[in-house]
Write a protein that binds this ligand. Sequence first.
Ligand code: SF4
Length: 95
Amino acid sequence: MSIYKAPDLSKFPDCYGLSIMGKCSRLTLFYCQGKECAFKQSKEEYSVLKQSAQKRLASLSISKQIRIAKKYYGGSMPWKEDETMAEKMAESKNY
Ligand code: SF4
């Protein structure tokens, strides 16, 4: 028998950082702070903001992109991968 009890997630906000155990995976907090949390973000909001940030990164000069990739992404450019994937999906729809 488990000593842990799953929390009632309906009491927590709609946030992509919320784990199924009611813990926060976005911040350095252990438990979710609830509906008053200033950092809560739904999956849709997160997706829109991520796309916007990746679009912005892709619009920078290649030298700036390389510098940012090295400093923050371990040398990879996830915004390029998503861009390539979006282009492939658009191309496949045209056929
Ligand atoms: S503490 Fe804030 S960011 Fe973390 S899961 Fe809860 S609402 Fe989301």
